[in-house]
Design a binder for this molecule. Structure first.
Ligand code: ADP
Length: 330
């Protein structure tokens, strides 16, 4: 494939990059998603057409960006990256659309954060590959309609519920990424230990996977920390005991919750009598951003039934109360 062009200020962070799979075949898990992608990719290649637009949604760290970067590599086409918050006005989008080669991929991360004007500008670009450009100013201004090359838009969002129907409907393929199983995360940890040149016992990779909140990015962060820990305190080999000691030092508990997760649960228990409480009120009490809680903390707590959402707000479950008690009791 050709060299990827990376644009925009917020390219994927360096830490993530070295462990990021370089093709879909190197990815672990998400089998159904990968099979459906294979169908549309094969069909597009056979018909020599651009791939239809694709939307990925799901909590952070589950592989949305990884899919978006692997697809162009597998197809051997150019890649451009930007994000919703970076596109303040239609003019910010124009360079991406005019630079796009035929069949190339334009990736917009956090697409739910596009301003309305930019979103509407995207509609005709996505549908007819045409855009309006205003030349000149004031009474001299005139609009020209420009044809752009047929490209593929890949959008990623942590909040598919915040997307408008017209935008969502313009993606023929929409894929939801769900949390990974322990076995899948253990496989990612084993592979990445090799990439990071560190040896690890099988029971240690399983233990780390069980404490990684179903999320590859969390698993990678745990692994990097434990690798530092065993390099500093031992001979650089990851045993079960050393993995446990390292995670204890970071205050990661048996369920994989960290301080922020527990603080969220204890706030609801102590301040709001277990709930129901609104996320804004919880965030205010914790001095945290409501978006961070909704994006990064709540999905896993909901998934593991430590938290429930009711029409009147968030409530902790008995399981959460018991977990917090045993944690504090230790
Ligand atoms: P998102 O865009 O959904 O927030 P990323 O694609 O950035 O998540 O994933 C975070 C990191 O997790 C990646 O850098 C990659 O190393 C790892 N990762 C994600 N999905 C997978 C996967 N299916 N297989 C292996 N590693 C993965």
């Amino acid at each position: 494939g050709r060299e990827a062009i990376l644009q925009g200020e917020d390219s994927p962070n360096e830490e993530d990059k070295s462990l990021r799979p370089q093709s879909i075949s190197e990815m672990v898990g998400q089998l159904e998603v990968r099979e459906r992608l294979k169908v549309v990719v094969d069909a597009a290649v056979k018909r020599d057409e651009p791939l239809g637009h694709i939307l990925f949604d799901g909590p952070p760290g589950l592989g949305k960006t990884t899919f978006a970067t692997c697809i162009p590599k597998d197809l051997g086409v150019n890649f451009q990256l930007t994000s919703g918050p970076a596109l303040q006005a239609p003019k910010d989008l124009i360079p991406y659309l005019t630079n796009a080669d035929e069949k190339s991929i334009l990736f917009i991360d956090e697409i739910h954060r596009l301003p309305k004007s930019v979103e509407e500008y995207l509609y005709t670009a996505m549908e007819d590959f045409r855009i309006d450009i205003v030349l000149g100013e004031g009474t001299n201004a005139r609009t020209i309609n420009l044809q752009v090359k047929p490209f593929t838009l890949i959008g990623a969002t942590t909040r598919s519920g915040m997307l408008t129907a017209p935008l969502r409907d313009r993606f023929p393929l929409r894929e939801h990424l769900d949390f990974y199983t322990h076995e899948e995360l253990a496989e990612i940890i084993r592979r990445n230990s090799r990439k990071l040149d560190v040896t690890i016992e099988d029971d240690a990779s399983l233990e780390i996977s069980e404490r990684s909140r179903g999320t590859p990015r969390v698993a990678n962060n745990r692994l990097r920390w434990i690798r530092d820990y065993v390099t500093s305190k031992a001979d650089g080999h990851i045993s079960l005991q050393l993995a446990r000691d390292a995670m204890a030092m970071q205050e990661i508990d048996a369920l994989g919750l960290d301080n922020q997760d527990r603080k969220y649960l204890t706030t609801i228990i102590r301040v709001f009598g277990g709930g129901p409480a609104g996320v804004e009120a919880i965030a205010h009490t914790m001095n945290a951003a409501p978006e961070t809680l909704a994006d990064e903390v709540e999905p896993f707590l909901l998934r593991t039934e430590l938290l429930v959402r009711t029409p009147r707000g968030r409530m902790v479950t008995t399981k959460a109360v018991e977990h917090i008690q045993t944690h504090i009791g230790r």
